[in-house]
Ligand binder design. Structure first.
Ligand code: TYD
Ligand code: MG
Length: 456
């Protein structure tokens, strides 16, 4: 039987029987993707006066929340403690995890390591559409895990993958990658939006019905989002992004969505010649500071998911010869820098409109927290005046538009982490300052920007 296909607009959702370059309804361009056509509903039941009820409905379909029984979901360790951390404490059966990242960052490596570890006690299946079996074997050899009962399959045809999976009955399955898959239901080429979406949907349905934990690998486009439709992110339980500079040995896995754990949780790995290894003390690696204090640099404590991390913020303020001075940030949001500089002018009396300002988070980490506001301002000021800040000083705090310093979450834990790494002084929001002292650390609580500036 041949399925009927139609073309749906990704902008407005209208369905057309034929493909065209422009959507006839909302007039946006290149938004039509191939879908499987479904017969339209004939008549809405709620408006039909002859509607007397529907025979196939079970009367116990609605239940009270209190009456719903549940089992604590069983977590299986992936063998990498940092990966377990981003997953929220381990793998849950029946969960679908999408893992995205630039080519060559280590997606296949981390999944092969995980599956090899799991295959010691569980049934596993590694489906690859990108590499030959020899290539997988070579990588396993490099990882030192070649004697293993991991089951491999090279296949890109979804229906065939599912047939084999039904025979193999794996508890954990990896499909590398969704962009290589195709389903015979659609005619478009593998990698097209329609194919990716439909193939992934079939795999997700299979995982949910059989309780298989499924890892899907997704490629990232030049713009930095997962290639294929955003709907992929809605279909799965967990979305992980692999980040990191290709020239650095450190890799970060970030959970951007997780139905089984905290979002924005970070797992930090180092790429070694024998695969990825978890980094247990991440603060230490991003703190490669100079032995002498330098101007424009300060350490802040950021909160990532469920733990604090120390990172260095660097600023360079330089006289500008442009009509619009440059405001460049790496690892930070640019608008927040502009906002912070305006507050610095208005409430600190410090002028930067004739200066180029560059701010960088050292080590390729990205900080999206408002807690970076205060350290950014202190670093900018230090560079502007060319005066070093004490090298045992840390700071964090949000700066409000009225020049007030606002508290951030988990202040105590942040301070403890800093004290553990030998920092002796801290400038933090007043509400985050502890009542008792922390490990010999001098904590200065401030309520206004002017107070913070007075202390340095
Ligand atoms: P890979 O896992 O193939 O990336 P992806 O699937 O995300 O495209 O990435 C492998 C990269 O990591 C490659 O550049 C080689 C490097 N690598 C190591 O440094 N050590 C190792 O043990 C392995 C297996 C790979
Ligand atoms: Mg790969």
């Amino acid at each position: 039987m041949k399925t009927k296909v139609a073309y749906s607009c990704t902008e407005c959702g209208s369905v057309n029987p034929k493909w065209s370059g422009q959507c006839g309804d909302c007039e946006s361009w290149n938004t039509l993707i191939e879908i499987i056509a479904t017969a339209p509903q004939k008549e809405s039941i709620s408006t039909n006066p002859r509607f007397k009820g529907y025979a196939g409905v079970d009367e116990t379909a609605v239940q009270e929340l209190a009456a719903v029984s549940f089992e604590n979901e069983l977590r299986v360790s992936s063998g990498l403690s940092e990966l377990d951390r981003v997953l929220g404490g381990g793998l849950v059966s029946g969960s679908v995890i999408l893992i995205g990242g630039d080519p060559g960052i280590g997606k296949s490596t981390v999944l092969l390591q995980t599956l090899c570890h799991l295959s010691e006690q569980h049934r596993t299946l590694y489906v690859t559409g990108e590499e030959s079996l020899q290539q997988v074997k070579l990588r396993a050899h490099r990882l030192g895990v070649q004697d293993n009962n991991l089951r491999l399959l090279t296949e890109t045809h979804v229906e065939r993958i599912l047939t084999i999976a039904m025979q193999e009955k794996p508890e954990v399955m990896v499909v590398d990658s969704v962009q290589t898959l195709y389903t015979e239901l659609l005619q478009s080429a593998p990698g097209s939006v329609g194919q990716v979406r439909e193939s992934a949907a079939q795999l997700v349905r299979y995982a949910k019905q059989t309780g298989t934990a499924l890892f899907l690998v997704g490629h990232v486009t030049k713009e930095g989002t997962l290639a294929g439709p955003r709907v992929l992110e809605h279909m799965v339980d967990t979305v992980l992004y692999f980040e990191g500079e290709s020239d650095s040995r450190y890799r970060v896995i970030r959970a951007v969505k997780n139905r089984f754990g905290a979002v924005n949780e970070l797992g930090i790995f180092a790429m070694t010649d024998r695969g990825l290894k978890g980094v247990n003390n991440p603060s230490a690696i991003f703190l490669s500071r100079y032995s002498e204090p330098i101007s424009g640099s300060i350490v802040m404590v950021t909160w990532e998911g469920s733990r604090p991390m120390l990172v260095e913020v660097q600023a360079l303020v330089d006289e500008s010869h442009l009509a619009n001075p440059r405001r460049v940030t790496v690892g930070l949001e640019q608008n927040r820098l502009a906002l912070a500089l305006a507050v610095l002018h208005r409430h600190g009396g410090i002028i930067t409109y004739n200066q180029d300002v560059f701010v960088n988070i050292v080590g390729g980490v990205r900080v999206f927290e408002t807690a970076a506001d205060l350290p950014v301002l202190l670093a900018v000021l230090s560079s502007l005046k060319n005066k070093c800040l004490p090298d045992d000083l840390i700071a964090f705090g949000e700066v409000g538009l009225a020049g007030e310093i606002r508290p951030v979450q988990s202040g105590q834990e942040r301070l403890k982490e800093a004290a553990k790494h030998g920092f002796k002084r801290a400038i933090v929001p007043h509400a985050n300052a502890p009542k008792s002292t922390i490990d010999g650390m001098e904590v200065i609580g401030v309520t206004r920007l002017s107070e913070a500036l007075m202390h340095i």
